[in-house]
Design a protein around this ligand. Structure first.
Ligand SMILES: Nc1ncnc2c1ncn2[C@@H]1O[C@H](COP(=O)(O)OP(=O)(O)OP(=O)(O)O)[C@@H](O)[C@H]1O
Ligand SMILES: C[C@@](O)(CCO)CC(=O)[O-]
Length: 441
């Protein structure tokens, strides 16, 4: 068990191929982004029997006396290291009472994910850990297709796994890792991923698991959810080619849960029509996976053109599933007109982000032209790096003693974290790139 204060962090993701079909057992390919969520676990001026959430990105600030939580409804766990894959309906229902005062979907779903994981893992350790605040700051846009919910779920899971002892902290450096520590680390990754999946279930109902898989492991992954009883297919793509990618945020809000439910209705109404669409997405993802694994020497112009073609087909099939949006089509049309490359929506669609796989020879001035055309609609265009680090943690013990006071104020102070303004400030202060004491599982 680890005591507060400490920080955890997990990245967002972009799905390159296969969203929505992933929910129907088809493969999908996703990569971690450099945009991330940070969670501070701290003891700050709280009565001993209270836990508290400070999630200012979604305007949620809430506390619960531990004695008011429905502990008798917590299901018994066969092992905290191997979470179930289904939510326990009785616990979800029992959590209605402590959540009555939390209104609004973003607030309620995030609080449900937190309480569910907290109660399952802390059930027999309640007295050991009290008066703790969990605060979240994220540099990810929320509900934009970039896996904000998965990065929050992975942070909640990692923090509570550390607090409860369900997962050990990662080895301090690669040099100190032994074979046994490596095995424990791989098991910890699966445990954190498994509990984060239940958090995702609380937030968006029927997730495939790809978002939490990539937010936990970082890099790029090929993921396929298998039917009950069979383990999911998860392949880390270690030598992911460096693709020039634009990420364009339409700023059109939408909820993943709603988009996934809309596709489910279509699948139910038109099984004979939607099945070939899902199979088409399956085949194009298989082909993209084959292309993405080719040695660098074979990644020539023809290879890049094939990948772009698959991006175009994937978007077309997602349009057929009804998950595009006029703003996403506007982005695609502008990128097509400027011959920048091929564009598809990413994530759940219905708004949120699109990605453009840029073709060779496109100049900075053409990208600037796209930026200025889209800025009139309020859209943001980022040139992005894929395949960053996965879930990590930062402990005060890893900080140089001489610097401790300054670091305590800067890194482990709730008030300081809550006062940070804007993405850059968060990254500069606590970011995984700015502070080299971060350790990753
Ligand atoms: N910074 C945050 N603080 C607290 N809760 C958050 C935060 N970011 C996301 N969430 C939770 O995740 C929900 C958004 O999840 P949703 O699945 O709709 O979007 P997404 O994860 O950004 O997109 P996608 O699933 O398509 O990648 C919010 O309603 C909220 O419950
Ligand atoms: C739309 C979807 O395929 C991706 C959301 O990022 C849902 C999921 O796989 O959980």
């Amino acid at each position: 068990m680890v005591a507060p204060p400490f920080l955890v962090s997990a990245p967002g993701k972009t799905i390159i191929f296969g969203e929505h079909a992933a929910v129907y057992g088809k493969p999908a390919i996703a990569a971690a982004l450099s945009l991330r969520t940070y969670m501070l676990v701290s003891n700050h001026d709280l009565p001993q029997d209270v836990i508290s959430l400070e999630f200012p990105d979604v305007n949620l600030q809430y506390s619960w006396p531990l004695s008011t939580l429905p502990w008798s409804s917590v299901p018994s766990l066969s092992s905290p290291q191997s979470p179930p894959t289904e939510l326990d309906d009785a616990l979800v229902k029992a959590l209605d009472a402590p959540l009555t005062g939390v209104t609004g979907f973003p607030q309620r779903s995030a609080a449900l994910a937190f309480l569910y994981i907290y109660m399952c893992l802390m059930n027999d350790k309640r007295s050991a850990l009290q008066g703790v605040t969990f605060s979240v700051r994220s540099t990810l846009p929320i509900g934009a297709g970039l896996g904000s919910s998965a990065s929050v779920s992975v942070c909640i899971s990692a923090a509570i796994c550390l607090l409860s002892g369900a997962a050990p902290a990662p080895p301090l450096t690669a040099a100190t890792a032994t074979a046994a520590a490596d095995a424990a680390n791989l098991a910890a990754i699966d445990t954190i991923d498994g509990w984060a999946f239940l958090g995702e279930r609380c937030i968006h109902g029927n997730p495939s698991g790809i978002d939490n898989a990539v937010a936990t492991r970082g890099g790029a992954v090929m993921f396929q959810r298998m039917s009950k009883g069979s383990p999911n297919v998860l392949k880390s793509m270690r030598s992911f080619p460096s693709l020039r990618l634009l990420l364009i945020d339409s700023k059109q809000p939408r909820r993943t849960a709603v988009q996934v439910a809309n596709v489910a209705s279509l699948v139910e109404e038109y099984p004979l029509i939607t099945e070939p669409i899902m199979n088409g997405i399956h085949s194009l993802t298989d082909e993209a996976y084959r292309l993405l694994l080719l040695p660098a020497a074979e990644c020539d112009a023809a290879w890049a053109a094939k990948l772009r073609g698959l991006v175009r087909i994937n978007h077309g099939l997602l349009v057929a599933l009804g998950v595009s949006h006029p703003k996403l089509e506007l982005i695609r049309a502008a990128a097509d007109e400027l011959k920048i490359g091929e564009t598809k929506l990413t994530g759940a669609g219905g708004g949120g982000c699109a990605i453009t796989l840029v073709q060779d020879g496109v100049t900075e001035s053409t990208v600037s032209e796209l930026r200025s055309r889209l800025s009139q609609y309020g859209f943001d265009v980022y040139e992005t790096r894929l395949g960053g680090t996965g879930v990590g943690c930062l402990f005060p013990t890893k900080v140089d003693k001489a610097e401790w006071e300054e670091w305590e104020e800067k890194l482990f102070s709730l008030h300081h974290l809550l006062a940070l303004e804007g993405r850059e400030h968060i990254e500069e202060t606590v970011g995984v790139e700015a502070v080299d004491a971060w350790a990753f599982w």
